[in-house]
Design a protein around this ligand. Sequence first.
Ligand SMILES: *Cc1c(COP(=O)(O)O)cnc(C)c1O
Length: 435
Amino acid sequence: MSDHDIDPTSPRMAPKPEVTKIDGRELKPSTLMMGYGYDPVLSEGSLKPPIFLTSTFAFPSAADGKRHFEGITGKRPGGADGLVYSRFNAPNQEILEDRLSVWDGAEDALSFSSGMTAICVLMLAYASQNDVIVHSGPLYAASEGFVAKVLAKFGVTYVDFPAGATREEIDAVIEKAQAQADEQGGKVCMVYLESPGNPTNALVDIEAVRASVDAAQLDCPIAIDNTFLGPLWQRPLDQGADIVVYSLTKYVGGHSDLVAGSIAGPKKWMEPVRMLRNTMGGICDPNTAWMLMRSLETVELRMNRAGENAAKVCEFLAQHPKVEGLGYLGMIKDARQQDIYDRHCKGAGSTFSLLLKGGEAECFRFLDALKIAKLAVSLGGTETLASHPASMTHLSVAEGRRAELGISDNLVRISIGIEDPDDLIADFTQALETV
Ligand SMILES: *Cc1c(COP(=O)(O)O)cnc(C)c1O
């Protein structure tokens, strides 16, 4: 008998129960990331999950096949209790989804091939013809475009409100949305938030939105794009959001080497999205899911270091004579924004805007002079990135709207990585000399 012909009746072949507590102590997400949802016994003892490259799964019996399909098609509540076909789900994605749920304290999570796939499938799952979406502004440009241009083709309209809005202002917006829905013969189908907004870092008062939605007795989910602060620095489900949305491409993936997305929340809100994903596809692929599990093992370490680095860099930038101002959550100037921050956030993040004295020409000289920081869009990676939103990510936004959103020509967006902070300060020092 060779070493790996293990006797299947031996106790060492028995699957081990999932450990999430020791002596009543709940284990922290950073501990659970090393093994949660995966038992090496089921995969030849492989410490890390193998990558399961298969399009389909063999059923133990025809009756099992029938039972699995009853779950997939919704004929039986509770979803599939076995794997069927890789467009629906597969082992690497299931483990990833279990681990993503842990960070947000969610009952369930769904993975997608990009952040935008997650957002589009989520919205499509909830919007019917003539419905109204209420959303905060600004949104990630592609999210805003999906609502305003794509959903508009199906008679879906929207009402938006600025990120810093008060409870009274949000009440008024929801009232307007309800009137608009009545007029169109639809309903308010979703409240969609993004906080902090990009690139100004304006925060949405999630607790106030929850209170407004409850007071209006709206039966629709509050979803929030938590890409900029999650999963470490903001847990929106704790403030009353129903669904948390991520571009995993950013901090969670964290190495600028993959594109993926996810949503998480209670099963009740996840189920319609799962059904639509089963139909449309768009699930994350097994290789990317594996890479994300690798990334989740260090997400707390990376985000903590990036956050500490950003605090040091911003302290330096704030007192520099060529700097006009900073849009950094660690240095909020507005009392209302500070109050939201104190109630919602556990950290200031590492992505911020830097306002230089001057305009586009000064920003371009600064960006071209950087030696460590790379000139690229995206954020949340191990490396520091810098870009110019007015001429890059937000070029398609009309000039008037850009001004309204505070995206001026002298604004540089920076995402701080995990390099040595003094090296970064040296780089910014020499680049600012060219301004
Ligand atoms: C990048 C990003 C997205 C889109 O995610 P992709 O993974 O690029 O599809 C959505 N929202 C925010 C806030 C983002 O930064």
